[in-house]
Write a protein that binds this ligand. Structure first.
Ligand SMILES: Nc1nc2c(ncn2[C@@H]2O[C@H](COP(=O)(O)OP(=O)(O)O)[C@@H](O)[C@H]2O)c(=O)[nH]1
Ligand SMILES: [Mg+2]
Length: 331
């Protein structure tokens, strides 16, 4: 059975898997449309797989923001695989591409999706960082809702004391998903409010504390100082915390997201990426570029604005979301 058929069977094997793959398909519809159109054009143009085919394919992948060096690796792998399997019909290459995309994401790692590092019987502290407008506050709201529906007690802390309205925005989310928000006034010290958040989380015996922060990239020195101070407070107050430092990146900003990731990694130890607004771009290939060029796992993806549109990143569901339209016209 072909790789894509296997993925399809997997996602249709039970209701919850099918729901996940439907979310990905919906969220990735812009990328998928543009991608499948181009791949189908390619296959129509070249019946046989040759150098020119690979050159055009390279362009299609780069246009989807897969990232130049990732594309080079992928094309090399594809050429080898095509040779090994003795494939000459360009139709058959779709399966090899989808298979290699999944492989490139996992690299040498275990094939299970990574997920968040949540503590079983102790407080988990998650710090969100990233520039303004990428979706930090929204992601915190969505994640709070998700964790709460799993039965966890969640607390939010409004560490973005810099941007006007940021505290209010998090408070709105708190009301919406019925979770308490610890806040100070605008302009106050972010480390102080996060300290209070931790004390509140301890005294309420909360399971998870989600910390919002400001994203001032204009002044890198300030940002670094602020983030290290916040982190020091968390480290001092909770053993082994923060359990995650999640860098939030906006998929619609393309390669710029990669340079933000580099800057933030210099300021703090980023443990995972949240890639938002995948629904708003036709260039969802950025997921692969991030993974391959930064080595940091994508832990969550934003596939829309609804509270249920935040998903744990699943590379197979992602790749299936890209190729779903092409599964049935095989064989
Ligand atoms: N379409 C879409 N919009 C999103 C997603 N995540 C966040 N947004 C929107 O992005 C905008 C900025 O989000 P916000 O949380 O305020 O960003 P912050 O400045 O990093 O806290 C808001 O209008 C959100 O609704 C997503 O996954 N998909
Ligand atoms: Mg915010």
């Amino acid at each position: 059975m072909s790789f894509l058929k296997k993925l399809k069977d997997k996602f249709q094997s039970n209701q919850s898997k099918e729901e996940v793959s439907d979310k990905y398909k919906e969220g990735l519809s812009k990328t998928r449309k543009s991608f499948s159109e181009k791949i189908n054009d390619l296959v129509a143009k070249y019946r046989k797989v040759d150098e020119d085919f690979f050159e055009d394919l390279e362009e299609v992948l780069i246009a989807a923001d897969v990232g130049v060096s990732t594309v080079m690796d992928l094309i090399d792998d594809l050429k080898m695989e095509v040779k090994r399997r003795n494939i000459s019909d360009s139709h058959e290459v779709k399966n090899v591409i989808s298979e290699k995309l999944v492989e490139i994401y996992y690299g040498d790692d275990n094939e299970e999706s990574v997920g968040l590092n949540l503590q079983d019987d102790a407080l988990t502290v998650i710090l969100f960082v990233g520039v303004n407008g990428v979706g930090k506050t929204t992601t915190i709201g969505k994640l709070a809702h998700q964790l709460k529906s799993e039965g966890k007690q969640v607390l939010l802390t409004a560490g973005d004391t810099f941007r006007a309205g940021a505290i209010e925005q998090l408070s709105e989310w708190g009301k919406r998903v019925d979770v308490e928000v610890i806040k100070h006034s605008e302009g106050s010290d972010p480390a102080a409010v996060i300290y209070d958040g931790i004390q509140a989380a301890k005294s309420r015996n909360a399971d998870v504390l989600l910390c919002d922060t400001a994203g001032r990239l204009q002044n890198k020195v300030n940002l670094m100082n602020e983030l290290s101070k916040v982190k020091r407070v968390i480290e001092r107050e909770v053993p082994n915390a923060p359990h995650e430092v999640l860098l939030v990146l906006d998929a619609t900003t393309g390669q710029n997201a990669l340079s933000q990731a580099k800057t933030f990694s210099e300021a703090t130890d980023v443990s995972g990426i949240v890639l938002t607004k995948l629904d708003g771009t036709a260039k969802g290939g950025i997921v692969l570029a991030i993974r391959n060029e930064l080595g940091t796992p994508v832990k969550l993806v934003g596939l829309g604005e609804k509270v249920t549109d935040l998903q744990t990143f699943d590379p197979q569901a992602f790749v299936y979301g890209l190729f779903a339209d092409m599964v049935d016209d095989e064989e």
